[in-house]
Design a protein around this ligand. Structure first.
Ligand code: MTE
Ligand code: MO
Length: 249
């Protein structure tokens, strides 16, 4: 329980599959060491409390909060939660899917410290027109190409407002490490790890389902019934809602 570090991780498969990795990209930012200089994620190490988060879109009053303000304005809580990449175990698939070839190591348990996401969204005033969240982080696309959008996922608004979701600045009793999204990340326990935006800078409330990177096409969708590998027509796929179904919409 002491760590969220992965076993059977990217390092060895990366060496084995050098060229393949470039073609497929990695959808899980899980690094022993971030792939770019720490300084590239602006402000991450020098002034963590000055890290800024914007809450905007379908809200009554947009907020610009520093991490320092988050720590003082909202109740601080500490919770244990598991975080699992949606691609955990994908190395076992045949044919092989895109992405980091995880075996069974893309899951971990951490003790997270931060505040409730709900408290912060409610401080901005969730508009009646808000349907979905859209999460943005400070990282560039994994390819490093500034012309491509980095991962940006979101969750339905009623999911976002559940009590257990957090804005996290601490892990296992220490400041949230850069590799895990420090100084500030989202945590949506129970849903695919990709919903838990690292280095979060903006949460945009939208009046429609978010269509950011990783939200469209077949990404994070599961077949409604068993189908032959590689033969998944779009209409057979439903959004993956996590272990429980949404009840209120
Ligand atoms: N900004 C940002 N947040 C991100 C990602 C990313 O690429 N960029 N990857 C997501 C995915 S796919 C996963 S599985 C988790 C992994 O979190 P961890 O590195 O703390 O284990 O972070 C999520 N948050
Ligand atoms: Mo992931």
């Amino acid at each position: 329980m002491a760590t969220t570090r992965r076993r059977g991780s990217a390092g060895s498969s990366r060496r084995r599959r050098g060229s393949r990795r470039r073609r497929s990209g990695r959808h899980c930012a899980v690094w022993e060491k971030p792939p770019r200089g720490d300084g590239d994620i602006l402000g991450a190490s020098e002034d963590p409390d000055g890290w800024m988060l914007t809450i905007d879109g379908e809200v009554e009053s947009p907020l610009e909060l520093s991490l320092g303000e988050l720590k003082t304005r909202f109740e601080t809580i500490t919770r244990q939660a598991q975080l699992e990449c949606g691609g955990n175990g994908r190395a076992g698939f045949n044919p092989s899917p895109r992405g980091n070839q995880w075996v069974i190591g893309a899951v971990g348990n951490g003790e997270w410290t931060g505040c409730r996401l709900k408290d912060v969204l409610e401080a901005a005033g969730v508009g009646a027109s808000a349907v979905y969240t859209a999460h943005y982080g400070a990282d560039p696309h994994l390819s490093g190409d500034p012309g491509r959008d980095a991962l940006s996922r979101g969750v339905p608004i009623d999911k976002a407002l559940e009590e257990q979701n957090m804005l996290v600045w601490g892990m296992n009793g220490e400041p949230l490490p850069l590799a895990h999204g420090g100084p500030l990340r989202v945590l949506i326990p129970g849903w695919a790890g990709s919903c838990s935006q690292k280095w979060v800078t903006r949460i945009w409330l939208r009046e429609r389902e978010h269509d950011g990177q990783g939200m469209t096409g077949l990404s994070y969708r599961v077949p409604r019934y068993p189908v032959e590998p590689s033969r998944l027509p779009q209409q057979l796929a439903a959004p993956h809602r996590g272990p429980r179904r949404l009840s209120r919409r």
